[in-house]
Design a protein around this ligand. Sequence first.
Ligand SMILES: [Zn+2]
Length: 603
Amino acid sequence: MLFTHRVDDSHRVKLEVWSAPGLSKPLFQEAMKQNFKPAKKGDSFGPSYTLKLAPRFEVEYMRVTRSPSATNHWWKVALDIPSYFQQYERVQFEFDPGCEAMIFSTDGTPLQGITGGFGGDRRVEHIIPASAVKKGTYSIVIESSCNGMFGVPWNGDTIAPPDMNRFFGLASADLVVPNMDAWGLLADFNTLKEISETLTGNTGLQNKALVAANEIMNIFDNKDLASVKKARKRAEEVFGSGWEKKGEKIYDEGTDRHQVWGIGYCHIDTAWLWPYRVTQQKVARSWSTQVDLMERYPEHRFTCSQAQQFKWLEELYPPLFERVREKVKAGTFHLVGGAWVENDANMPSGEALVRQFTHGQRYFETRFGKRCETAWLPDSFGLTGAYPQLMRMAGMKYFFTQKLSWNNINVFPHSTFNWVGIDGTQVLCHMTPVDTYTAQATVNDINKGVTNHKNLESSDKSLLVFGNGDGGGGPLPKMLDNLRRIRAASNNSRELPPVIMGPLVEDFFDKVLEESNAGTDLPTWNGELYLEFHRGTYTSHGSIKKGNRKSEILLRDVEHVATLASLYRYHKHDYEYPKAKIDVCWEKVLLNQFHDVLPGSAM
Ligand SMILES: [Zn+2]
């Protein structure tokens, strides 16, 4: 019932494939010069990893690293769309290679990411533009990589060594017409289920949702399309009559006292169960998906940190970088963090922590004309008490984190507080009570934003940082749809915290200040933010720590000597301070201070 039509014959869907040699990851232009061979749905491709070593060494390699690269396969797709598809609201191409992939336009612009398989992060649909449906033909190019969101783990255990020889099958390469009403009913029912399971049983909204869900089950008949419309009408008794047609305007109705502020985010570990080259692909996949979503959900705001990831995008995917730049200018793609990467926040030297910010902010300013105003380290394993001063000096007065929710002994006592550093400087800090930076935008997440908030006496607001992450992805359409339904339900009830979409992270912090006497009503935390977990990351993989410290000291010496040389030889004009060369060296050191690299958790 979810699909009205599904077509996969080779006259309608013409596929050709080229597999890049070894572990190479050629870019679009290079791939297009190669010889493609005919391919079909069901074809197997891989392996995940090709290491031609004696088995003894292969086992050793697997023991020491969880981060192999993956083989890459390029697909040319030419679609012949039946003319009777023109009558439908939406036509999609469904491509499921069982692994990660990215769709390009035929001129090489990344259009969106694909996540194959059947996990919660599955996203296999590409909406075909109406103009192409009318024309009857449509062509795209797809690059698939033999890794999942979390590498290629054995038996699904993400922190086990990778499966080196996994093959994937092209499970779907179909032209489909989704039944939008049926998908809408599925989403309605899911939200009603979440409401009835999350709220306590003696509230009006919970009762209404439970009864509506029950009646929908009685109304629904999988052989009768008309029952779908009838069932959806029943759901409107909870969401409000005609709620769906209001689209993003649903957020303009109801209260203006918003408690949960939604912001899309996509945590991409710069390296973890995958190496940097895979991260570069993840960045393009995830961010192109978000740019695409912004076109269809005007309320969607997406936030991103790590200047290094932007630099990779600029170098490797210039057409997408330009699209991101447009969204930054429009205020929908939002820059945070101000640092080169989301670095480890205890081990780098003081000078290196400063350079994270100076290199990061300089990059953001030169490429986007603005610096970040909020520091952003949601996943670093504890934070030095030197940070409030460093953040302020880097031009940031707000800070977002959440990792201390992982503490295994003490529950950290605050959600919104003034964090005072060792020199007395303070920043306004929010540790989301939702307890995650990869929220799924469920009713439970929204509710937790209030029920788990530890400072309701001084601030009743929280940030909902939602979207798939660690391995990238970001928000899915179903999350944005769920938030609209949740807001619609709360417009008719006071039992769910009102969620707002559209404002930025700084708007949230500004509001907290406004409502807490400029922060004076908020509690204070002095000194470091110590994470009671991941303790072994400071004592294991010593060679990485040693290499980092050696590099920091060496760079200090190089800068010192180069400064003296430029002063001494200045009058002769025959020595120029090698700024560009030193910057490149610093960028390498800063990159390797990432929060899964320097601690050794990627090993
Ligand atoms: Zn992380």
